[in-house]
Design a binder for this molecule. Structure first.
Ligand code: IYR
Length: 223
C-alpha cells in the first residue's frame, strides 16, 4: 500500500431528468462530430487559461489505482519549439522515406501527411504529454504504475474533447520515435513521451480531409 485508504464520502449528484439527458446527449453528439483534427494552424494567440482549463479537465480522467500517471508539458519557448520541430521532422523524414514500411505508408497515404510539421511552431500552444511509466519519489526510489497507456489515452481523449468544446483545434501528433522529447524537455527517467499536441485556431485557409466516420450501427454490437 502506498498510502492510507480513502475515506468513503457521499456522492449524490442530483439526478438529471431523462428528457434533459436525451437533449444534452444529442447536442453533445452533434458538437463532437464537428471536431476535426487540424494540421494547419493560425498563429493567432489563444488565452493560456483556456489550455490550462482543458488540461485540468484531462487531469480529472480516471486512472489505474488513481495514480494519474501523466505530465503535461506546456512549451512556449520559441527556441525549444524550433528544436522539437526540427527533431520531429528529422525522425519523420526517415519514417516517410521507408522506415514505416509499405503497409503503414499506404494506410497513411489517403490523409496526405508528410514529414513537414509546421504546426509544431505555428500553433500558439504546444502540449507535450508524458506518461509516467512508474512513480519516482524525491529520494530516487520508485513504485509501479498500472494501466498507464489506458489512463493517459483516456486523459488525452478528455483533453481534446475539452479543447474542442472550448473552441480550439488540436492535433494529436505522435512523432516516432519520441525519445528526443525527453532530452529536449529534460524529463525524468520515469517519463515517456506519449503525444505532441499543438493547440490553437485553424489557419484561415485550413483544409481537412473529407473523411466520413463510421456510423453508430458499424461500431455498436448489441448482445
Ligand atoms: N507519425 C507520423 C506518421 C503518422 C502516423 C499515423 I498512424 C497517423 O495517423 C498520422 C501520421 C506523422 O506524424 O506524420
Amino acid at each position: 500500500m502506498h498510502g492510507q485508504p480513502y475515506r468513503p464520502v457521499p456522492y449524490r449528484p442530483s439526478r438529471m431528468p431523462a428528457d434533459e439527458s436525451l437533449a444534452r446527449a444529442r447536442e453533445l453528439r452533434q458538437r463532437m462530430d464537428e471536431r476535426r483534427t487540424v494540421r494547419m494552424f493560425s498563429t493567432d494567440p489563444v488565452p493560456e487559461q483556456v489550455v490550462l482549463d482543458a488540461i485540468a479537465v484531462a487531469n480529472t480522467a480516471p486512472s489505474g489505482a488513481h495514480q494519474q500517471p501523466w505530465t503535461f508539458v506546456l512549451v512556449q519557448d520559441p527556441e525549444v519549439r524550433r528544436r522539437i520541430r526540427e527533431a520531429a521532422e528529422e525522425e519523420e523524414r526517415r519514417s516517410y522515406a521507408g522506415r514505416l514500411g509499405e503497409e503503414w505508408l499506404s494506410a497513411l497515404a489517403p490523409l496526405g501527411t508528410d514529414e513537414n510539421k509546421p504546426h509544431i511552431t505555428d500553433a500558439p500552444h504546444l502540449i507535450v504529454v508524458f506518461q509516467q511509466r512508474f512513480a519516482l519519489r524525491p529520494d530516487g526510489s520508485s513504485y509501479k504504475h498500472y494501466y498507464v497507456d489506458e489512463s493517459v489515452g483516456i486523459a488525452v481523449g478528455m483533453l481534446i474533447t475539452a479543447l474542442h468544446l472550448s473552441g480550439l483545434a488540436a492535433l494529436v501528433h505522435t512523432p516516432s520515435p519520441m525519445r528526443f522529447l525527453s532530452e529536449v524537455l529534460g524529463r525524468p527517467r520515469n517519463e515517456k513521451a506519449f503525444a505532441v499536441i499543438p493547440v490553437g485556431y485553424p489557419a484561415p485557409d485550413a483544409v481537412v480531409p473529407d473523411l466520413v466516420r463510421k456510423t453508430l450501427d458499424q461500431v455498436v454490437v448489441r448482445v
